[in-house]
Design a protein around this ligand. Structure first.
Ligand SMILES: [Zn+2]
Length: 124
């Protein structure tokens, strides 16, 4: 189950950018080729968020379809699974999308999540 490792890194990043603010929701883009099970990821998110500023936050998963382009015949096609094979028989394909796994946005207790302000130092 690699969802736990993925979710843990998402939580780590979220907590870093939240800078102590409460996190209400996190939107994560997940490529279809990442083989992530949404239910498993939601469960892991809940567990990993415990005792952090993201505890109880909503996890919104946006699935990005897999698209590949064949270097042999030039065809562009949808990938439903990580098996990379063009209908022309070539496995020399270029993945255009579907491997994304990134945080698109998050909702925190203040209206905007500004990047780190050089003047602020975290308490403690
Ligand atoms: Zn082809």
């Amino acid at each position: 189950m690699h969802e736990m490792a993925i979710t843990q890194s998402v939580i780590d990043a979220v907590c870093e950018y939240a800078e102590g603010r409460r996190v209400y929701a996190v939107t994560v883009e997940v490529g279809a080729l990442c083989a992530v099970v949404p239910e498993a990821m939601r469960f892991c998110f809940e567990v990993a968020a415990e005792d952090t500023v993201a505890e109880g936050a909503d996890l919104i998963l946006v699935e990005i379809p897999g698209v590949a382009a064949c270097r042999t015949c030039g065809a562009e096609f949808r990938l439903a699974d990580p098996i990379l094979l063009c209908s022309c028989g070539s496995a020399d394909v270029d993945i255009r999308s579907g491997r994304e796994l990134r945080i698109r946005s998050m909702e925190v207790s203040e209206s905007c999540a500004q990047p780190v302000d050089a003047a602020t130092t975290p308490p403690r």
